[in-house]
Design a protein around this ligand. Structure first.
Ligand code: ATP
Ligand code: ATP
Lengths: 214, 214
């Protein structure tokens, strides 16, 4: 079972801890600030108030038994650095640390962080991926021109079966799944009728995905 | 053609502008700071030094003719707010703004931002998605248990054709594409032989994707 220990509940650490919890993973969340711990105690199942620069305190909460530790204490770099070194010393298998600058990133990598996240940079790249695929609800880039793309079912296809819609014949796209209400129809049959509000998950050239929407 | 005007070249704005440029989109990058403009002039094709809170200056660089404007001036909220309002006034079709807090997010939405990005929050959620799919190179969540997942070709399948590998028969997964070197083989045939270093793009239950890797 994957277990995560998240140190530092700023905006990055908190959204990370909450998303992992929503994905039904075990998460231990740690923060120095009592008030912060109280604020999140309703939304996170396991939160502890403690100082992650104190290796004994970390050992006491069993940090060494976690598979992955993520250090998200941000603005005081020294705390970030110490917490990272501590997790490494305790033998946590994978240590991921947040940094604010490339210089901090290099230092954290030197002291043993397996991966260093620059949130502003990550969010910029992520937004670019989403914007570059305009009108795509979500997408997975497979190659420079190919991807798996989620698109809202075009109006002119509603009420038609997949084979009638000619998605493959006319656009060269495979509808590999349909999201409807809270269900996912994987590998739908050719006679599946497209309904309003369906989300079509298509595989093919990105240009063809854009074409089918216009 | 999609065209983007990016205002504010901090870490978020710069990575956004660079990624969009790498995806071969037209990007006009704007920053108030001469030194910053000089720093990025080697990596971004179109950079202009100007003040985005000055609507006439924005009009002068043709900002109103852009499809999407992204306001990434961060630490001085008023600049963010003014630039957002200016883009709206100029008639830019879609305005996306960066915020640091939920309060700022609400204000920006009130003055007309179509979308407000909280980079720390986004990066936290993005990391969670990646960590939750341990060993998945990338993945697109389709439903609570289903997804499109990129996995490294398991050693025991290398040298076998898709049908021999029994990926579908034994694991219930569809291999919808194979990434090999810099190519993407979309909808591979049943007799396609799996090679070392292939990345299999599979569709199915996430639990089955994990099972095939162990
Ligand atoms: N030594 C420490 N041990 C545990 N938690 C700590 C320690 N030092 C700082 N923190 C906590 O880390 C959290 C995040 O720190 P801070 O707010 O400085 O970073 P930030 O970069 O602004 O965060 P974000 O950008 O993710 O919102 C704070 O809630 C703080 O209490
Ligand atoms: N009125 C303005 N017009 C154009 N650019 C501006 C204006 N005000 C600030 N900027 C630019 O926006 C950029 C980002 O601003 P700043 O560094 O304050 O934000 P930040 O939140 O720290 O950025 P990031 O977190 O993305 O690194 C700076 O390079 C700054 O020169």
């Amino acid at each position: 079972h994957h277990e995560f220990v998240i140190i530092g509940l700023g905006r990055f650490g908190t959204s990370l801890a909450m998303a992992l919890t929503a994905y039904r993973h075990d998460v231990l969340a740690i923060d120095l600030d009592k008030k912060r711990v109280q604020q999140v105690s309703n939304t996170l199942p396991h939160v502890v108030q403690m100082d992650a620069t104190d290796i004994d305190a970390l050992r006491e909460v069993g940090a060494e038994f976690f598979d992955t530790g993520v250090v998200c204490t941000g603005s005081v770099f020294e705390a970030n650095l110490l917490a990272t070194v501590n997790l490494r010393k305790l033998g946590v298998r994978r240590v991921i640390s947040k940094a604010r600058t490339v210089t901090q990133q290099e230092i954290l990598q030197r002291v043993g962080a397996d991966e260093v996240i620059l949130p502003e940079h990550e969010a910029g790249v992520q937004l670019a991926r989403r914007l570059a695929a305009i009108n795509f609800i979500d997408f997975l880039q497979l190659g420079r021109d190919t991807g798996v793309v989620e698109i809202a079912a075009p109006d002119n296809l509603v009420g038609k079966s997949l084979v009638e819609s000619q998605v493959r014949a006319q656009y060269g796209l495979s509808v590999i799944a349909i999201k409807r209400d809270n269900d996912v129809i994987v590998s739908p049959r050719a006679d599946e009728v497209i309904k309003e509000d369906d989300i079509l998950v298509v595989l093919g050239k990105i240009a063809d995905c854009e074409r089918i929407q216009s």
